[in-house]
Write a protein that binds this ligand. Structure first.
Ligand code: SAM
Length: 290
């Protein structure tokens, strides 16, 4: 087996197929084998995993996943690549490539049969940076039985997913993510392990799903959180007032939740957001969309 994730092999593949990295698809290929095998190893929740990969590119991570997973299902949007992958992954019999925009995929339909057969389904990717958050939210919002997600992303975006309250990076994304998952920092990744080299460093994060709280209507909870963060410099009262019919209603909700109206959303803990959500739900107040 010839390792794909090296500078020389990547160059050879790109030249052979007259390929260039497409910026609009966020193509930055990994060229450091140690990092790729570490991502593949940490992506496995057990020795009985089926891995879903988003964006196999020329196969750098796919190849290493195929060594540790029972099966790899990889979604690729770039129609130039299935032909290349057929060649570069010719030794990897347990890999299935699906030429499709992951955002259009029916994740449940793909995952469910493997879950039913007793496999641990995991997601692994070096994510296309232009679409990191929508991809993760698609997974968070699906009901597919996924064990964990291990993905590379821009360091600045990773910082928002892991941010704690009272820090500059803490926002609605941090709260919603940490409500659904516990988030672990796997490693920081310097920009020189990619071809082409991006402008910023990256990080690999792992998301482990928490047990769902069936008493919480997630769609409403997420709306409440987003409404609190509407404008960062505003107080929670001013932000919430923009999303409920009247300011007096916002005042009343905050008072009942025991949250001072002069605070800003970034100072609230998860428990406080949940408390506010419960008051909104009990009082049957409608919160406007963004
Ligand atoms: N996994 C490869 C690696 O690590 O070298 C490539 C990673 S590259 C950062 C992102 C990959 O995602 C590219 O192959 C790109 O074509 C693919 N991609 C971009 N948008 C996509 C989408 N919406 N659905 C599926 N694949 C996508």
């Amino acid at each position: 087996m010839r390792v794909i994730a090296t500078p020389s092999r990547t160059k050879e593949i790109l030249e052979k197929y007259d390929l260039y990295a497409k910026k609009n698809y966020g193509q930055n290929f990994l060229i450091e084998p140690g990092i790729v095998s570490k991502i593949a190893a940490s992506a496995m929740a057990s020795d009985n995993c089926v891995a879903i990969e988003i964006g196999p590119g020329i196969g750098a991570l796919t190849q290493q996943l195929s060594l540790v997973a029972k099966k790899v299902i990889a979604f690729e949007i770039d129609e130039r690549l299935p032909e290349v992958l057929k060649d570069t992954l010719s030794d990897c019999e347990n890999v299935e490539i699906i030429l499709q925009d992951f955002m259009e995929a029916d994740l449940n339909e793909v995952v469910e049969p493997y879950g039913k057969q007793g496999y641990d389904v995991v997601i692994a990717a070096n994510l296309p940076y232009y679409i990191t958050t929508p991809i993760l939210f698609k997974i968070f919002e699906s009901d597919a039985p996924i064990k964990q997600i291990t993905v590379m992303m821009q360091k600045e975006v990773a910082d928002r997913f892991t941010a704690e309250s009272n820090t500059k990076d803490y926002n609605a994304l941090s709260v919603i993510t940490q409500y659904r998952c516990s988030v672990k920092n796997v490693m920081k990744v310097p920009k020189n392990v990619f071809h082409p080299k991006p402008n910023v460093d990256s990080a690999v994060l792992q998301f482990l799903f928490k047990e769902k709280d069936k008493t919480i209507n997630e769609a409403l909870f997420f709306k409440v959180v987003k409404s609190c963060f509407r404008q960062r410099r505003k107080t929670i009262l001013n932000n919430l007032s923009l999303c409920v019919p009247e300011k007096t209603i916002a005042k009343d909700l905050l008072e009942k939740a025991g949250i001072e109206e002069t605070r800003r959303a970034e100072t609230l803990s998860m428990e406080e957001f949940i408390r506010l959500y419960r008051v909104v739900e009990n009082e049957n107040i409608s919160i406007c969309e963004d």
